[in-house]
Write a protein that binds this ligand. Structure first.
Ligand SMILES: Cc1cc2nc3c(=O)[nH]c(=O)nc-3n(C[C@H](O)[C@H](O)[C@H](O)COP(=O)(O)OP(=O)(O)OC[C@H]3O[C@@H](n4cnc5c(N)ncnc54)[C@H](O)[C@@H]3O)c2cc1C
Ligand SMILES: NC(=O)c1ccc[n+]([C@@H]2O[C@H](COP(=O)([O-])OP(=O)(O)OC[C@H]3O[C@@H](n4cnc5c(N)ncnc54)[C@H](OP(=O)(O)O)[C@@H]3O)[C@@H](O)[C@H]2O)c1
Length: 519
């Protein structure tokens, strides 16, 4: 055990400690930050110090309570900065940059990179070396700025609804908050454990060779497409083999079609209706081919690099077995709107409670659990939320897609860019920050955006954006749309022209007409 309660480590000192512990084979014992002079009982143990546990504990502490966070990793922040969101954003930035460089290769100041392959290994290693920085900062911030107590670097065992044990020491609290996250779903297929077969976690932890010319990706969700676009952008043949149609979560057909068209132009191959049957390896135990059954029969893909993205499994087994907490068929922990599980005094937050597994839900869940633990009656109802993912672009969506809107409303009006016209999307719109070179030299890559409006009430029903730089806008647009934002109100806003999202301008061009028309 290392007692850190009396020391004030700067960020670099934390980074050294974390690096040492992640690379050391031995057991250094937990890092314990508990104030010996505070005799109050803990209001809650947050089992898991990821987004859900850390934000929940911080909120509870801010309310005057006493939380204790326990995490098996020697850092706070959880899977997002270690395995998930942060590497995904690094890879998606690389994909966007390489799209730019490949598109303008040999023009202006761009080097001629035609035919060149970028190194996946170098990008992964760059991330692996850099990720300790955010980990160290989160330990520093949690201890010195948020006044949080924690035990890190050793797994916990649940004892009962009020207690856990870590490295032989038991800790007790009035409540237990399960914030244990989720893990990659294993695929029960032959060859799953061959070298060269990765999921999002093992890719960043273990990749130690340069993948060959073909990347096979299994799955059709965000992870599959985001990582697939990165592999493709590096110059590799990339196949996305999915059971269903890819990007099914984007609820507007035209937006989805635009994205698939752009990805196919970059050489990505979509194999919907495919099932991975088996992976075969060479004599060294390294994957060399995959057998896939699709609508046209069986096909063998030669590849030394297979990325599996069949989703996540909530970490709920121990809570179910030890406490009898009720779980759903997919393993997610059942909770009510106050984040309470089926067991008194036990709460659950974040990915352990199932899809959607997103940071805002994890953090807000933690915050609502804290409020309830501290005596408020606080209900968290997910409702409509803005969503996003990456391809080579940033893609944001909100509310109803055009097809859904037409099922529910008589008079649906669509405002979009580029407009429907005989030149298709070869119009240099939308033009905005980060797509100006495309707008001038390769207009079809400028992006796509669309507002879905109820022509009768003039309310915005849905919004879709493909491009860069609209994500912040969507965060603020979402609550306004929920409250009934109209085209007239949107047309009243002040745009910071040339803004990436044209919604304000489009609304202003039409808001003057009593009978709303599309464009
Ligand atoms: C590839 C990928 C990309 C993503 N990108 C985004 C994105 O761009 N934006 C976004 O909003 N979301 C994204 N997500 C989702 C996001 O990462 C999760 O929703 C979020 O990290 C969940 O936080 P959490 O606290 O619930 O779980 P975690 O962060 O996983 O925290 C759980 C913690 O519990 C600890 N733990 C579990 N069991 C024990 C135990 N027995 N003892 C001690 N500790 C234990 C773990 O060590 C871990 O630190 C992405 C997910 C993936 C897979
Ligand atoms: N915000 C972000 O950018 C971001 C990025 C990544 C992940 N996330 C979140 O993290 C969670 C997980 O995302 P994810 O994309 O990893 O998983 P996911 O959304 O669950 O998608 C899994 C994909 O794998 C397929 N699949 C499942 N089992 C399979 C099998 N046995 N064989 C072949 N294919 C199979 C699914 O097909 P079916 O549809 O047929 O089941 C689906 O296409 C989601 O909640 C997501 O929102 C967020």
């Amino acid at each position: 055990m290392v007692d850190v309660s009396e020391v004030e480590w700067p960020v670099k000192r934390w980074a050294r400690e974390i690096d040492d512990r992640l690379s050391a084979a031995g057991d250094a014992g937990p890092l314990v930050n508990i104030k010996a002079d505070d005799r109050r009982e803990f209001d809650a143990i947050f089992l898991g110090g990821g987004a859900a546990g850390r934000f929940g504990a911080a909120y509870l502490r801010a309310m005057g309570g006493r939380p204790l966070i326990i995490d098996r990793w020697p850092f706070l922040g959880g899977s997002c900065p270690h395995h998930a969101c942060v590497p995904h954003h690094v890879f998606s930035d690389v994909a966007a940059q390489l799209l730019l460089e490949r598109t303008f290769s040999g023009r202006l100041w761009f080097q001629d990179i035609g035919g060149k392959t970028a190194s996946i290994k170098a990008v992964v290693e760059m991330f692996r070396e850099g990720r300790t920085g955010p980990h160290a900062f989160m330990n520093f911030q949690s201890k010195e700025q948020l006044d949080l107590e924690f035990v890190l670097g050793a797994p916990a065992r649940i004892l009962d609804a009020h207690g856990v044990a870590v490295a032989g020491v038991s800790y007790r609290a009035r409540n237990l908050v399960l914030a244990t996250g989720a893990r990659p779903k294993p695929l029960a297929i032959e060859g799953r454990n061959l070298q060269g077969v990765f999921d999002y976690a093992s890719l960043v932890d273990t990749l130690d060779y340069e993948p060959g010319p073909t990347a096979l990706v299994v799955g059709g969700g965000k992870t599959a497409v985001e990582y697939g676009c990165f592999f493709n952008a590096t110059g590799r043949r990339t196949i996305i083999a999915s059971r269903d149609r890819p990007l099914a979560m984007i609820n507007d057909g035209e937006t989805r079609a635009f994205l698939i068209r752009r990805m196919e132009e970059q050489g990505m191959e979509f194999w919907p209706g495919s099932e991975l049957l088996a992976l075969t390896g060479d004599e060294r135990g390294r994957v060399e081919s995959a057998l896939i059954r699709g609508p046209g029969g069986e096909a063998r893909v030669e590849s030394d690099f297979v990325f599996l993205a069949p989703g996540l499994v909530p970490n709920s087994e121990e809570a179910r077995e030890t406490l009898g907490v009720a779980v759903n068929a997919d393993g997610s922990i059942q909770i009510d709107s106050r984040l309470r599980t089926s067991v008194p005094d036990v709460y659950a937050v974040g990915d352990s409670t199932g899809a959607p597994m997103e940071m805002f839900k994890a953090r807000k869940g933690g915050m609502y659990a804290a409020r309830n633990i501290m005596g408020e009656e606080a209900h968290y109802r997910l409702g409509e939320y803005p969503d996003f993912m990456h391809t080579h672009y940033e893609v944001c969506w909100l509310g109803l897609g055009e097809e859904q809107a037409r099922e529910r409303y008589q008079n649906v009006v669509v405002l979009k860019l580029p407009p429907d016209n005989p030149d298709g999307d070869a119009v240099a719109l939308p033009a905005g920050d980060r797509v100006m070179l495309y707008a001038m030299m390769k207009p079809e890559l400028s992006g796509f955006q669309k507002l879905v409006v109820d022509g009768d009430s003039r309310r915005i029903l849905g919004a879709f954006h493909v491009g860069y730089g609209a994500k912040d806008g969507f965060q603020y647009l979402a609550p306004m749309v929920r409250k009934g934002l109209t085209v007239d109100e949107l047309g009243e806003m002040d745009e910071l022209f040339l803004n990436p999202s044209y919604f304000i301008q489009l609304c202003r061009l039409r808001a003057g007409s009593k009978v709303l028309r599309g464009m």
